[in-house]
Write a protein that binds this ligand. Structure first.
Ligand SMILES: [Zn+2]
Length: 456
């Protein structure tokens, strides 16, 4: 068995690994490259293999950097099955149709400025997404499945987002384990990542290989204090949040701390049609929740049906929220405020001193979220300069990725500390993690690059 590394090998996005086993070719993930416009242009490049010669695809989870090029793969000739956990299978249409809509809008904008040049097609369309979805075969965790003759897999819970999986793969009497993205221990709603004992080669993510997160309890307390503060000032609270995971997590904390945070005095708005769709998927997969979540669902207000929670669907619903002067908590996408409905709310409320903006996730370079977190006093929104009078809060510690400690612990469960290739991490993170693995377990980790091949 051989593994060919094509993507997320020396960077975080574009996860794409090819396994050659028993005369068959299996892809682990087929993700989109995300980041600068130059980096994202690489998504349209030909695949480093012939898609028609791939026998099957296995997707670890529904984040775009792990699934985003699947429609392109099918469009370019892939005809086999796509295996993934059942909740991921339900999230695929939500995520991919959103990506297609963005790609179509990008292409339309580019074509308006092409000055007689050739027509630029979108990376993929909604039709391409529907064609790809016809190949999806949902699997349960722990069920052993043959994905090609002589190649079997089992998916285990990775605790990263709903449906996220660690992939165990057997072929030619050898065993490969792909971590996918690993969640932190004790994250809300989800179970902890499953420890695995045996492997001949481990592909492990290394996103936070060089750092440890702060304690979650401190983060949650900090979040509660924002509402105290904002209530005293009779302001609004704006929370930019990603549609998958973070939004549901926030609602879970609201339910759990309903009384102590005095949330009944607020009007809460979820202004994200995509997050609303994702909540529907959560509702169909409550069997994947951990014990603590079941307890919250039993004994607290239902996180997704809080008595004062309103789901806003239409643009008019969203605009109506803008007119509320005080007492509103608004959760809306995008998580980095570089698009989506949250931008409109920021434009209307950022200049007020009583407004509180709470960032609960990573803010990438170049985004509006990053400029606010960095303390900008003026920002440009929709071509207008807006003064920042609001209080900006950065609540760390809610990452969906485990940290260095968690990665070392997960790898430490493997008997005999097998060979390990570090993927899905920038070099600084991978090098730090490799150093720790060597020190603790006496194993020299391989830092793979696009084009690296490893024999299992
Ligand atoms: Zn992920």
């Amino acid at each position: 068995m051989r593994v060919h590394f094509h993507g997320a090998a020396g960077e975080v996005t574009g996860s794409l690994h090819e396994v050659e086993a028993n005369g068959h070719r299996i892809l682990l993930d087929c993700g989109m490259i995300q980041g600068s416009p130059e980096a994202e242009r690489r998504n349209a490049d030909p695949f480093p293999f012939d898609p028609a010669r791939i026998d099957a695809v296995v997707l670890s989870h529904a984040h775009i950097d792990h699934i985003g090029r699947v429609p392109l793969l099918v469009k370019r000739g892939f005809r086999g099955p796509i295996y993934t956990q059942a909740a991921t299978a339900d999230l695929l249409p939500v995520m991919l149709l959103d990506a297609a809509t963005l790609a179509e809008a990008d292409a339309a904008r580019a074509n308006r400025h092409r000055n007689g040049g050739p027509y630029l097609p979108p990376l993929f369309t909604r039709e391409d997404v529907h064609a790809a979805l016809a190949h999806v075969r949902p699997l349960r965790y722990h069920a052993r499945t043959q994905v090609a003759p002589g190649v079997e897999i089992v998916l285990r819970d990775a605790g990263h987002i709903l449906g996220s999986a660690i992939v165990e793969l057997w072929a030619e009497r050898r065993k490969l384990v792909f971590s996918g993205d690993l969640g932190p221990k004790g994250s809300p709603i989800l179970r902890d990542p499953t420890p695995v004992r045996e492997a001949d080669l481990v592909l492990m993510e290394s996103t936070y290989g060089d750092r440890n997160h702060r304690e979650r309890a401190a983060t949650v307390q900090e979040l509660g204090e924002v509402f105290e503060h904002a209530a005293r000032e009779h302001g609004n609270v704006l929370i930019p949040a990603f549609a998958v995971g973070r939004t549901q997590e926030i609602l879970y904390w609201f339910a759990r701390h309903w009384d102590d945070w005095g949330l009944s005095r607020w009007r809460i708005f979820l202004d994200s049609p995509m997050a609303t769709k994702v909540i529907g998927v959560y509702g169909r997969h409550e069997d994947l929740f951990d014990e603590q979540a079941r307890e919250v669902w039993r004994s607290k207000p239902h996180p997704f049906r809080l008595p004062n929670l309103r789901y806003s669907e239409t643009t008019e619903d969203s605009q109506a929220i803008n007119r509320i002067e005080s007492g509103a908590i608004v959760i809306a996408g995008s998580g980095m405020a570089n698009g989506g409905r949250i931008v409109h709310h920021l434009r209307h409320h950022l200049d007020r001193r009583s407004t509180h903006v709470v960032f609960v996730g990573y803010q990438a370079e170049g985004t509006l979220g990053r400029r606010l977190v960095d303390g900008a006093r003026w920002v440009r929104i929709h071509g207008r300069d807006v003064r920042v009078g609001a209080t900006i809060h950065t609540v760390g510690g809610l990452s969906a990725h485990t940290d260095q400690r968690g990665l070392l612990e997960w790898y430490g469960h493997f008997d005999g500390h097998p060979p390990v290739a570090l993927v899905h991490g920038e070099d600084r993170a991978r090098e730090a993690l490799a150093g720790e693995i060597n020190e603790l377990y006496g194993r020299q980790a391989v830092l793979v690059r696009p084009g690296t091949e490893l024999e299992v």
